[in-house]
Design a protein around this ligand. Sequence first.
Ligand SMILES: [Zn+2]
Length: 158
Amino acid sequence: MQRFLVDLMLMRLGRWLRLLGQDAANPEGGSDEELLLQAKNESRTIITRDKELLRACPGAGVKCVLIRSSAISGQLMEMADAGVPLRLDPQRCTLCNGLLEEMEMLGVKRWQCRACKKLYWEGGHWQKMESMLQAIRCRIERNAERTGGAKAIEGHFK
Ligand SMILES: [Zn+2]
């Protein structure tokens, strides 16, 4: 599985990627050089909207996904293009990217972050996120039908 490093201007997308079970780290430093170094050291693909950073990646030996959309739904569609399945999969803390541990409390399934101890459970917000992902998946399907590329995107729905 690909590991990601999310540029500071895409923190919201970073939280979404973690909800989708992706390993998406926050940057440790603010400069492009620090970002490139961290991506290189941790073998992560940088996700950014910054074209200059994109251009610097090959020289640093780092993979990069350039995001063009400013809307979160569009950004998620672009990540689907990059191979990220659009389904909720609680494995990572949305705040710190720490690994979640599944547990049961009073008969209810919960997850706790091993690093920062934040607790998660399937509440009303879960339904909202599911329906947003469902809407995006429908949009991708419609786009694929229009361009005749339905085969290419089948992988996203597994
Ligand atoms: Zn955490």
